[in-house]
Design a protein around this ligand. Structure first.
Ligand code: GDP
Ligand code: MN
Length: 396
């Protein structure tokens, strides 16, 4: 589950990570109130207005703007709220902006130039350890840094049994070329960041940029936080931060129906029981020259109600030109699934794409007879390959 920048920053701050302070606003008037309040707290009259959407590269897309007075706050917030923000990480249509973060301007002039760094915490699956990845090249795409100047990216691996050790935090600060007060601040920043990552069961924290202000403070200016959805049951407060508006609406609906559904780009809808069989089915569709439109695991109980719910979800995707149902009857009997398919088909009445059904396992032969004699436009198959070939036939 992804968090908005402002939510991620609040989470970081609750673990003692210094952040660029801000207040979220839903309207231009709220943005002005937020700016006034921030000025009282921080003394700054300049603010950045930042679109809150689940996508990076907002700056490049015009979703991050500097306002030098309250009129500009109102104008810019008014422009950004409601816009469809297109960034290198969104689709061409962009993402609708529902709210902005009004944040204090932290790039103020002073003894030193402000400097931007990159820092992320993530799991290195290869070594089975958490890892802090960081770079002197902040504020730009880390992918670009990795390609052009890979020697400027450092990593610090953390033994999960020992946690982040003080010398490791010092090594990060050292490699970033810091000294004096900024060095000390950075060691505290790194250790608080790591604690926040572990304690919130996150799978990614990405802070780009981490800023060294002109007066040597180290703070998070941006935050991208991904939490492990499987651990949310022990973080009720964090689970509430979910913003469904940022997610694929069909996936949200499928989730509410208890279906395991992931939207994909192809045109063959898949209805399968079991994640492993679902993956194998997608592979087979590809091998036969097609492209799966989705991953869908209907789970163990493929009764008529579930099959109907799954049909409805699959048919919401306008790209679907055929549906392959591939069910293995181990616990569930194939004839019951077949009856479920037939009932759902009749109930829905308006399915106008060809359907190929492969049922294997308990009572598979009875199931095939049921389908073949149903009088419906449903093709049955017994072999896996045969099913995939039939899909290709109906599409060509
Ligand atoms: P992203 O483009 O989605 O990664 O959004 P960021 O939060 O990283 O902001 C983009 C850029 O806006 C940063 O790299 C900064 O250069 C700039 N920015 C962010 N906060 C401030 C600020 O307080 N003052 C000024 N002048 N620029 C800022
Ligand atoms: Mn950023």
């Amino acid at each position: 589950m992804n968090l908005h920048e402002y939510q991620g920053k609040e989470l970081l701050n609750s673990f003692g990570v210094r952040i660029q302070r801000g207040i979220v606003a839903q309207t231009a008037d709220e943005a002005v109130e937020a700016a006034k309040k921030l000025t009282e707290e921080t003394g700054t009259g300049w603010h950045v207005i930042k679109a809150q959407v689940h996508a990076g590269g907002r700056g490049k897309g015009g979703g991050v703007k500097l306002a030098k007075n309250l009129d500009e706050v109102k104008d810019l917030a008014g422009q950004i709220i409601g816009m469809n923000l297109v960034t290198p990480q969104t689709s061409a249509e962009g993402k609708k902006v529902h709210q902005v973060l009004v944040a204090e301007d932290v790039y103020y002039p002073g003894d030193n130039e402000p400097e931007e760094y990159y820092m992320s915490v993530l799991l290195n699956r290869g070594s089975g350890k958490n890892m802090i990845m960081y770079s002197t090249e902040g504020g730009m795409d880390i992918e670009e840094v990795a390609e052009k100047t890979p020697h400027l990216i450092f990593t610090e691996e953390i033994d999960p049994a020992l946690g982040l050790l003080p010398f490791q935090a010092r090594r990060v600060a050292f490699n970033l070329g810091l000294s004096g007060a900024a060095f000390k601040e950075m060691t505290k920043f790194v250790s608080s960041l790591y604690t926040a990552y572990v304690k919130s069961d996150a799978s990614l924290f990405e802070i780009n940029p981490v800023l060294k202000t002109s007066d040597d403070k180290i703070m998070a200016v941006d935050s991208k936080v991904t939490l492990d959805a499987n651990a949310l049951y022990r973080h009720k407060d964090l689970a509430e931060l979910r913003d469904k508006r940022e997610e694929n609406p069909i996936e949200v609906e499928a989730g509410e129906l208890g279906l395991n559904y992931v939207d994909l780009d192809g045109n063959v809808g898949c209805m399968v029981n079991g994640a492993g069989l679902a993956m194998a089915t997608m592979d087979l569709i590809k091998q036969a020259g097609g492209e799966p439109a989705n991953f869908l695991d209907v789970g163990g109980t493929a009764d008529a109600a579930r099959v109907e719910a799954a049909f409805k979800i699959i048919l919401k995707d306008p790209n679907v030109k055929a549906i392959l149902i591939n069910i293995f009857g181990g616990i569930v009997r194939c004839d019951r699934v077949a009856q479920g398919v037939i009932d759902a088909y009749k109930n829905m009445g308006n399915i106008n794409v060809p359907i190929i059904v492969r049922l294997q396992g308990t009572n598979a032969d009875i199931a095939k007879d049921l389908i073949d004699n149903s009088g419906l436009d449903v093709l049955s198959a017994t072999e896996f390959q045969e099913a995939a070939d039939k899909v290709q036939e109906v599409l060509s």
